[in-house]
Design a protein around this ligand. Structure first.
Ligand code: NAD
Length: 464
């Protein structure tokens, strides 16, 4: 099928690359000419594991092209809208890019289109999109159908998530749309594409996604309800973590057992610096606003937001407790990306943390395996180091802000020897307290007893 994608960010580029990988002819467009320039020169404007491989293959097979003119998207029979929906200052989703794109599609099309919302939007946006397409396209009299197809991929595992989703949700209003969407996703549903992860074997049978067809309003609501629930889980885990800390329990032990209940599930129960990124914080805010406008009092989600915002303060408090005085001290920060395996620093708790440290008068040296370039654009005032060891050198504390696997495997004796003081404050509960203590560090984390005052036996059991 001839498919166009508008918006070649984290979602659009993965969508375009994966749709080409499963056999479609895809044109990706973006109004940011510099991104398209990088793509047309054979590069990638973002870091996403596995993406380079499939995009290179699709380029070679001539199944994937790029254009800096979004109007070219009207060459496709189906157009996926993947533009950003950032938060407005009042927390609502900014839908101006969707509106802009609708206008372009309506005025530039010369044949009927199926327009698919993949961007995350509040419920009822599909109705507005349909109206915009018919108003701006009134001169051509073309038929535009609209579908909602919310995206659940996670940065860091986006290609895998797209090709092996647990569910594909399609909001459709007619059978033709439903059938067209199923034809697009058939190779994923039947696991009949050449998989970059499993070829030459077929993808395992347990990776069969559920195919869910709903109304457009329901599909839009599913995305916001899912993300808000994930945010709620994280804030809940953080509150239990604070309680565990106060009561001398170990949050890892607690959440491991809690998560074994299939009604709860073990994921998103890790305490720490809280959630960030381009999805959870903004989607939560937009969802609360949507609820309020719809006359539904969703104060519970406001509390989820409030708990999350306070995580940084709590971490700074731990830092202050450990360092006594923060002002004038050099602090190393490991990780700037909002999570591991991405270069994305949008709404990153690590960025927030660094801003707080600077406000307290600390000198910050940071290192991130992939996000330094993007970090420099938002935090030009700190020092960026080439490695975790360089960030640790002469620092009075090393703060772990992103859960990169690389940080689990550092040579801790080397880190200890280059630091001004062997102190680690772990915002992601990444390290084993017993092991790090054995290397001679003072260690603070979330939801477990601090190792400044307590000591651990070699088998990891705390002695009082
Ligand atoms: P992004 O900022 O990385 O990409 C958006 C792209 O759209 C940019 O390249 C931008 O230049 C382009 N764009 C903006 N206005 C345009 C216009 N008028 N014409 C053409 N191009 C335009 O954003 P993203 O992370 O890819 O997210 C896109 C959408 O998908 C958002 O609604 C987001 O909430 C949702 N989403 C994101 C993720 C994620 O993990 N990033 C996951 C699921 C859903």
């Amino acid at each position: 099928m001839k498919i166009s994608v508008i918006g070649t960010g984290y979602v659009g580029l993965v969508t375009g690359g994966c749709l080409a990988q499963i056999g479609h002819e895809v044109l990706c467009t973006d109004n940011d000419a510099s991104k398209i320039g990088i793509l047309n020169d054979g590069g990638l404007p973002i870091y996403e594991p596995g993406l380079e491989k499939i995009i290179d293959q699709a380029r070679r097979d001539r199944r994937l092209r790029f254009s800096a003119n979004p109007a070219d998207a009207t060459q496709g029979d189906v157009i996926f809208i993947c533009v950003g929906t950032p938060p407005l200052s009042n927390g609502d989703a900014d839908l101006s890019a969707i509106d802009h794109v609708a206008r372009t599609i309506a005025t530039e099309s010369t044949s009927p289109k199926l327009v698919v919302e993949k961007s995350t939007v509040p419920a009822r946006t599909g109705e507005e999109l349909k109206r915009a397409l018919s108003v701006y396209g009134r001169k051509s009299n073309l038929k535009f159908r609209v579908a909602s197809n919310p995206e659940f991929l996670r940065e860091g595992t986006a290609v895998d998530d797209f090709l092996h989703p647990d569910r594909i949700v399609v909001g459709a209003e007619d059978e033709q749309t439903e059938k067209q969407m199923k034809d697009i996703y058939r190779p994923v549903l039947e696991r009949s594409f050449t998989c970059p992860f499993h070829a030459p074997s077929a993808c395992p049978a347990d990776l069969q996604p559920s195919w869910i067809v709903t109304t457009i309003n329901s599909a839009e609501l599913i995305k916001h309800a899912s993300n808000s629930f994930l945010a709620l889980k994280i804030s809940y885990a953080n509150m239990v973590s604070d309680l565990a800390e106060a009561l001398g329990a170990d949050i890892k032990e607690v959440m491991q057992a809690v998560g074994l209940d299939p009604r709860i599930g073990s994921r998103f129960l890790n305490p720490g610096l809280g959630f960030g990124g381009f999805c959870l914080p903004k989607d939560l805010q937009a969802f609360v606003h949507l609820a309020e406008r719809s006359g539904v009092d969703f104060t519970m989600l406001r509390e989820v937001e409030r708990v999350n915002k306070k995580r940084i303060n709590r971490f700074i408090e731990k830092t202050r407790q450990a360092l006594w005085v923060i002002k004038g001290k050099q602090v190393g920060v490991l990780g700037v990306a909002f999570k591991a395996n991405t270069d994305d620093v949008r709404f990153s708790p690590a960025v927030d943390l660094i801003e707080h440290l600077l406000a307290e008068g600390a000198r910050v040296c940071a290192y991130d395996p992939e996000a330094m370039e993007r970090a420099r654009a938002v935090l030009p005032q700190i020092e960026y180091k080439k490695s975790a060891y360089d960030a640790a050198e002469d620092s009075e504390a090393l703060l772990i802000a992103t859960e990169w696997d690389e940080f689990r495997k550092l040579d801790w004796d080397r880190i200890r020897d280059v630091m001004a003081r062997p102190l680690i404050i772990d915002g992601r509960n990444l390290l084993s307290p017993a092991e790090i203590k054995a290397h001679g560090f003072e260690y603070y984390c979330f939801g477990r007893p601090n190792l400044a005052t307590a000591s651990w036996h070699e088998n990891g059991v705390l002695s009082k």
